[in-house]
Design a protein around this ligand. Structure first.
Ligand code: GLN
Length: 249
């Protein structure tokens, strides 16, 4: 299963988040530490989304290549800085395509989104949920993957004005009910706050009071806190709330 991270805080080069830490996403792409039986390496593409200035919509770079093979990204990742970043490396679920557009982050307006996991019984288990979407949303899905469909459903709720944390929590519960045993670690940001879930996958948080990073695996030996399974995390650089998803019914 994929590995992902989101960062909010003082601007820093993308390379410092994605490439240079001892257990960076780059290292997690070929030597992840805690995949919980969901795959071995994350070689089916990667993506980085960042906010060029506070308040601006994010920009994105995505690829179907393994992160470790992309020397072009490595050449400029140290020259671009941002204070709000979401990045992911992908391990495609069996049966799903390997294409640039299947790599997270998925994007819409000010939002960036990533899914680490898989939906069991795909695609039949989510047919009813998909059927409630506007037909044009289905015609323009980023890719024929569970993650792209989850994003289309969440995007629809965000566009309707649902608060982000409630929309994410409800999506996890709805999908878990329709497709039991799914793995649903979600990550959403608008560049000012991060909403994340744990649902049968690893996640850790490092909060300093002026910055926060939420990641599938700690990238260094500093003071990371593991997030227990089935929890919702809502974080800004100055706040951190972790709530059991079951209590949010
Ligand atoms: N199931 C999703 C995909 O194939 C996410 C993959 C993952 O977390 N490994 O794109």
């Amino acid at each position: 299963m994929c590995r992902h991270l989101a960062y909010l805080g003082p601007a820093m080069p993308l390379a410092n988040l994605v490439l240079t830490p001892p257990h960076s996403l780059l290292r997690q792409s070929w030597a992840p530490a805690d995949m919980r039986g969901g795959g071995t390496v994350n070689a089916d593409g990667y993506g980085v989304g960042w906010y060029p200035t506070p308040g601006a919509d994010p920009v994105r770079h995505r690829s179907a290549r393994p992160l470790w093979t992309d020397t072009s990204f490595a050449s400029w990742a140290g020259a671009v800085s941002s204070g709000a970043v979401l990045a992911a490396v992908r391990s495609a679920t069996v049966g799903m395509p390997v294409t640039e557009t299947a790599s997270a982050p998925f994007a819409d307006g000010r939002w960036l989104f990533s899914h680490n996991g898989r939906v069991t019984g795909w695609p039949h288990s989510l047919a009813a949920l998909a059927g409630a979407l506007p037909v044009t949303d289905l015609m323009t899905l980023d890719a024929a993957t569970d993650s792209a469909l989850l994003w289309a459903v969440l995007r629809n709720r965000l566009r309707a004005g649902e608060p982000a944390a409630a929309a994410v929590a409800d999506l996890v519960r709805t999908v878990a009910a329709a497709a039991p045993d799914s793995r649903l670690n979600l990550l959403l940001t608008d560049g000012t706050s991060i909403v994340a879930t744990t649902w049968w996958h690893s996640l850790s948080v490092r909060h300093t009071g002026s910055s926060v990073i939420v990641a599938s695996e700690p990238s260094d030996e500093r003071d990371w806190q593991p997030v227990p399974d089935r929890h919702l995390v809502v974080a800004t650089p100055s706040t951190l709330d972790t709530t059991p998803l079951e209590d949010l019914r």
